[in-house]
Design a protein around this ligand. Structure first.
Ligand SMILES: C[S@@+](CC[C@H](N)C(=O)[O-])C[C@H]1O[C@@H](n2cnc3c(N)ncnc32)[C@H](O)[C@@H]1O
Length: 193
């Protein structure tokens, strides 16, 4: 998957990340030259594997909008909510939504654990929290028939083992093509064990 220059809104998004990053630290400064090849490409994998997803989508702890903004750009048919407690990141996300004319995006600047439950059909999170804690966030905001898409690093198997001590769920792990050993965990039927 490549991001073509100039015409693609993803390229405008990458430019906004580069512009704001010195002020807000949206991605690690050491990865700023890899916004497209690392961060956006990582999120485009989620867009591909979730192609059949329908209904409202919630991205928790969106930060600079990864993967929520990428998803909103590529899936204009989905209403996408970005839940991010950091007010400055919220300002950045509002700027991106306005400049890219993303009419399917809503931003909520609250904490995940105190925001009113959203009962979303889909939930994503990237680099947010260890899986056992993340599951409690997902459980609060996911429709019981919904699907969670959790982007985890190479420790994902041990995180799943830990989470299964508290939670029961169906798991489909999609291997990452951008980060060796990492995976996107697709979870359904989430309940207390
Ligand atoms: C490490 S960053 C990852 C951001 C983005 N998902 C990414 O992959 O670049 C985690 C983000 O989650 C937000 N966050 C952490 N805990 C949160 C909470 N309890 N409620 C809302 N946002 C939270 C932080 O403000 C931060 O922007």
């Amino acid at each position: 998957m490549t991001v073509s220059r100039e015409t693609d809104p993803l390229e405008k998004y990458a430019a906004l990340i580069r512009k704001w990053n010195p002020v807000i630290n949206l991605v690690a400064p050491s990865t700023l030259d890899q916004v497209e090849s690392r961060h956006i490409a990582d999120c485009l994998q989620l867009v591909t594997i979730s192609a059949k997803a329908r209904g409202p989508w919630l991205d928790m702890g969106s930060g600079g909008g990864l993967p929520g903004i990428v998803l909103a750009i590529r899936r204009p048919d989905l209403p996408v909510t970005l839940l991010e407690s950091d007010k400055r990141k919220g300002s950045f996300l509002r700027t991106v939504a306005r400049e890219l004319e993303l009419t399917n995006v809503q931003i909520i600047s609250e904490r995940i654990e105190s925001a009113r439950p959203l009962f979303s059909s889909n939930i994503s999170a990237r680099a947010l929290a260890p899986l056992p804690l993340l599951m409690s966030y997902v459980h609060r905001h996911l429709d019981p028939r919904g699907r969670a898409w959790l982007m985890k690093g190479r420790n994902w198997q041990s995180e799943v083992e830990e989470a299964r001590k508290i939670w029961s769920f169906q798991l489909n792990a999609h291997e990452s093509h951008t980060h060796p050993g990492a995976a996107i965990l697709e979870l359904t039927d989430i309940r207390y064990a």
